[in-house]
Design a protein around this ligand. Structure first.
Ligand code: ADP
Ligand code: MG
Length: 633
């Protein structure tokens, strides 16, 4: 670009979400003003990380401007506070993209779902992350002067008073990096004070790996301030994860979490480990306390940063963590990977694999420990992340058993839809002689709880796990046993509880089977291939009939899941089971007229289908049958 080029000044509007965010922020973070400094220092540190990385392959980027640093200065006369870095900087397009829009996926959904009430709640904005725009909590206007690349002609100036518009123009900028200049409002003036700034900087930036400096007055030999000034380093400037665990305070871990995760709330728990030997790495892994709103999206970014020998390499290091743990935040610093490692190299690399499996083990162990020692907190974890954990057994065969141990469901043991029962505690409560883990999948808790399939379990006092999430049946396709106990769906034909019956009962059942033989034949003849099989069952108490599927056939929930995903699904062939003790069934058995008999069959089968699938294939046929029978009696 030539010196004569126009300044290209233009005024642009913020994306509407930015306006909402700004509004939300100024209102909800009013009492927590100082976090703007954390966010700006965090951005400056990120920008320095990025420059260091870029300079690995392009060393002249480092040229001039000296070591990476963040500098803070203020001026009481102009009422400004300036946060400067000599990091990667931004181009004009970067500025428009990063300081004019919110690029995070799902943002607009997030805002359109906010109610008036919620938008006053600071927890919510916490979930969202505040970032650069938090400057407007204390400033009534903000100027950003930034430059990316080597040429001083590449400078860009952005200015806004945070009310819907900003201006952007090209400038000459001699130094590398970014200056963020805050024009303080009345309420922000407390930060134009050395001691206040010192306090906030040490609170929020000890863990930042580059120096954060402030312009201070040089002291003479007697300790008196002189008129000379110098840049004084305020923070420790040692990357937190490189320090000894025992020297790191809980607060520091929490602050560092907010820096790496761009989250606003405290983490739920974390695990910090240094490993030497065959593999040489440090990991610092956090579990957030809240799920991000777009967590169910499997394309959701991974929250892991990769460092190699302390140098930041990349965000979103998906290769280092399985998708079902995509809620984990933090970093891995490896001494085994090359500095020029790329996503492609990570893809199939021995080191990647061992890092991934080590991180996975750490997280699972952390969760196991939580589940064993703090059930209440684990329950909170489960509410936030349980749905993602359920993807685990299908994705991670090696750790299947471990993950299964972490799963939680509702069960017939309690009267609550809360998912609190794990397979281990279920096994502890198993009845004598019981060798299977019984479960039922259904559309929702109410349907599950009132399922006729549960009748005999209630009668025999056997607990059944109730699985009511969409993903559960799919999950159970990947779990066959846990702790040596097989899983058994109670809506499958292989279910056999006769072991819990005594001898005389079993003989009686045989007799009844004989008695009903001809009725069964009549039903079969009438239904033909509409069902797979017809038989009597002794497992029902009051319900006249149910349908079940063969063990190896697709179950109801699975077929509904696929159907709702628009897939063509072969019709489920059900086995029709009737309860010989039931009055309606007895009426049917005694009916000589074949036409009336067929109405009985329609009614019983229709009812069974309704409880199983929530729908029947030919409702009018079903209604004709009911109406005819009502009139007749
Ligand atoms: P986040 O840090 O979570 O990405 P922010 O709102 O804090 O969100 O910042 C938005 C983006 O603006 C950053 O991702 C970065 O690309 C850019 N940015 C902000 N501050 C700086 C800076 N000092 N230097 C370079 N880029 C910056
Ligand atoms: Mg940020």
């Amino acid at each position: 670009m030539s010196e004569m080029a126009t300044k290209n000044k233009e005024t642009r509007g913020f994306q509407s979400e930015v306006k909402q965010l700004l509004n939300l922020m100024v209102h909800s973070l009013y009492s927590n003003k100082e976090i703007f400094l954390r966010e700006l220092i965090s951005n400056a540190s990120d920008a320095s990380d990025k420059l260091r990385f870029r300079a690995l392959s392009n060393p002249e980027l480092y040229q001039g401007d000296g070591d990476l640093k963040v500098k803070l200065s203020f001026d009481k006369i102009t009422n400004t506070l300036t946060v400067s870095d000599n990091g990667i900087g931004m181009s004009r397009n970067d500025v428009i993209e990063h300081l004019g829009t919110i690029a995070k996926s799902g943002t607009s959904e997030f805002f359109s779902n906010l109610s008036e009430e919620q938008s006053k709640n600071s927890q919510l904005i916490g979930q969202f992350g505040v970032g650069f725009y938090s400057a407007f909590i204390v400033a009534d206007s903000v100027t950003v002067r930034t430059r990316s690349g080597l040429s001083s002609n590449n400078g860009v100036e952005w200015h806004s008073s945070g009310e819907g518009e900003y201006t952007i123009e090209n400038i000459i900028k001699e130094s590398r990096g970014t200056d963020v200049i805050l024009h303080m409002r009345e309420e922000g003036k407390e930060f134009l004070n050395e001691w206040r700034l010192r306090e906030v900087i040490s609170k929020y930036s000890d863990h930042i790996s580059i120096p954060v400096c402030m312009m201070t007055k040089v002291k003479d030999k007697k300790g008196q301030e002189t008129e000379k000034t110098e840049w004084e380093q305020i923070n420790k400037a040692q990357a937190l994860w490189t320090r000894n665990k025992s020297d790191i305070k809980e607060e520091e871990y929490k602050e560092f979490y907010k820096h790496v995760s761009h989250d606003f709330s405290d983490p739920m728990l974390w695990s910090h480990n240094r490993v030497e030997g065959k593999n040489d790495y440090t990991s610092l892994l956090y579990i957030p306390s809240k799920a991000p709103w777009d967590m169910m999206n499997r394309e959701h970014k991974s929250g892991l940063k990769l460092y190699v020998q302390r140098v930041f390499i990349m965000d979103d290091a998906k290769q280092l963590i399985p998708a079902y743990l995509r809620f984990v935040r933090g970093l891995i610093d490896s001494n085994d990977l090359p500095l020029n490692v790329s996503r492609e190299i990570l893809q199939d690399n021995k080191v990647t694999q061992s890092l991934r499996s080590a991180c996975t083990k750490r997280i699972l162990a952390l969760l196991e420990n939580l589940a064993n020692n703090d059930a209440e907190k684990y329950q909170k974890f489960w509410q936030e992340f349980g749905m993602v954990m359920k993807e685990g057994p299908a994705e991670d065969l090696v750790n299947k058993e471990k993950i299964a141990g972490l799963l939680r469901f509702s069960s017939t043991k309690s009267d609550s839809s809360k998912q609190t029962v794990g397979f281990l505690s279920y096994i502890d409560r198993m009845k004598e002689g019981q060798d299977k883990i019984y479960y039922l999948t259904a559309d929702n808790y109410v349907t599950a709880k009132s399922s006729p399939h549960l009748e005999q379990f209630h009668a025999k006092g056997i607990e059944v796990i109730l699985m009511v999430n969409r993903i559960d049946e799919w999950l159970m396709n990947h779990l066959t046993e846990f702790n040596g106990k097989k899983f058994q769906s109670i809506t499958k034909s292989g279910l056999d509880l006769s072991q819990f019956d005594d001898k005389t009962k079993q003989e009686k059942h045989k007799e009844t089977e004989e008695e009903f033989k001809s009725v069964i034949e009549r039903i079969k003849e009438y239904l033909g291939d509409r069902v797979k099989e017809v038989r009597i069952t002794f497992k029902l108490a009051t319900t006249p009939a149910v349908v079940v599927t063969d063990d190896f056939e697709m179950g109801t929930q699975m077929s509904k899941l696929l159907e709702s995903a628009g897939q063509e699904v072969p019709k489920v062939k059900y086995i029709f089971e009737i309860n010989p003790k039931n009055e309606l069934v007895k009426c049917m058995a005694d009916e000589p007229d074949e036409r009336i008999f067929s109405y009985w069959v329609e009614v019983l089968l229709g009812q069974a289908m309704l409880t199983e699938r929530g729908s029947i294939e030919d409702p009018s046929k079903f209604l004709v049958a009911i109406n005819t029978l009502i009139v007749k009696t």
